[in-house]
Design a protein around this ligand. Structure first.
Ligand code: FES
Ligand code: FES
Length: 154
């Protein structure tokens, strides 16, 4: 399989990797860059476990080719450690009991980060709509919505 070298910014750090042209961004982030916070759930764009932010827009990294990251800004859950709003969301998830098995959590937090970027004070309905592409089999979503609402009010 042919390889391509790409240069992009990963959580603020200039990054250069060589990847097979068919590799997904999710696989590149986990297996080449070694950041395993972004999860592989369905691999088909259905669950949101693989959510990243690319140039300010959240998306499913399982549906993106790694080579499409060339020249762009990629933020993963690890990158929120340097982001006060991201840290506030993570803290609110823990405090609200919105983390059970935790598999959906990185994707949910990334999606919540995107939501609060676009709408800093969303209603519960807007939060529900904002995370509808992210599946959670454990919590029933109420505590997740509570957490995002709490983070938006801090
Ligand atoms: S792993 Fe990407 S949407 Fe499920
Ligand atoms: S906490 Fe288990 S899938 Fe959401």
């Amino acid at each position: 399989m042919s390889q391509q070298t790409i240069n992009f910014t990963l959580n603020g750090v200039p990054t250069r990797v060589s990847v097979p042209v068919q590799m997904s961004a999710l696989e590149m982030i986990r297996n080449v860059a070694g950041l395993t916070g972004t999860k592989y759930g369905c691999g088909e764009g259905e669950c949101g476990a693989c959510t990243i932010i690319l140039d300010g827009v959240s998306l499913n990294s399982c549906l993106l080719f790694a080579v499409e990251c060339d020249g762009r800004q990629v933020t993963t859950i690890e990158g929120l450690a340097a982001d006060p709003v991201g840290l506030r969301i993570e803290k609110a998830f823990v405090e609200a009991g919105a983390v059970q098995c935790g598999f959906c959590t990185p994707g949910m937090v990334m999606q919540a980060r995107q939501l609060l970027e676009q709408n800093p004070h969303p209603s519960r309905e807007e939060i529900q709509r904002g995370i509808e592409g992210n599946l959670c089999r454990c919590t029933g979503y109420v505590k997740i919505i509570d957490a995002i609402e709490a983070a938006s009010k801090e």
